[in-house]
Write a protein of this length. Sequence first.
Length: 348
Amino acid sequence: MQTGRTIFPFTAIVGQETMKRALILNAINPAIGGVLIRGEKGTAKSTAVRALARLLPELEVVADCRFGCAPDGSSPRCYECSERVARGEELPQATRQMRVVELPINASEDRVVGSIDIEAAIKKGEKEYEPGVLAEANRNLLYVDEVNLLDDHIVDVLLDAAAMGTNTVEREGVSISHPARFILVGTMNPEEGELRPQLLDRFGLCVDVEGIRDVRQRVEIVERREAFEDDPEAFVRGWEREEADEAERIRRAIASLADVAVDRGILVAIARLGIELEVDGHRADLVNRKAAQAVAAHEGRERVTLEDVERVAPMVLAHRVRPQVAAARRGLDIGEILRSAGNGSQPA
């Protein structure tokens, strides 16, 4: 749904509300850990990812920095900017839109992490580094289509960088690190193969999408697509108000996120839900809390509710509940578990 540089508007996508919510929540709080979108072809996965960047706040960057560092040091600086500041230089500033950086399916490790000119390092004592995809993705949105078809080692590298916020390249005793903080979005068609369970768990949220079965909505999809293809610019203009409103909601949510309160009773309910569903580890509890807080911020509220947790829990748990447990708990009411747990303030 992209013609030239004209992107189909995010708010014009029909249906797929859970997928759109997962993307927005990660935009509000990238610490959620990204989202994996699983589903059949033609369900607007790629369209939604590319359209999301247009809704995100513009970035203040160092104008000539290869890594897009923040001029005020509000996020970790790269080694180049750090050296310039140490020398007393004033970093030039610029403003730019967040970008969607796409990872090619056949990308080599050097293309992903970057490469070091070993000869220059040995002969000149200089670290000549050629940035890779992770450098381009810093403070942007990193999109990995068909993530299940990537080499497992490459996926490990991506997820490690996403978790640490740093990419480190080591060659022949020479080491270079740079910030790599990004919103990670992976899409895949399960019919073409699954991800290993340990990799699945590293994605904060997981959403399953499928073709819409409602006749009215399917007709609306065709009509909007045809209108976009006939005159992309006119179509985009027709959605400017909706796009601006959503962009403002996201901006306000990002600004207010840290002030949204999460009561201990909410944390107790989240913990009991994880125990009830026999979820391994504690990552699910942490993501549940972050995602519920982002929901409240997006809706302009000052405190997280059990309903917020109930709305995000399926995305948090979809890829973390073991199949045998899911089968045994089929029909289980997540809301009922949360409300029962929320009635007490102390864990059992």
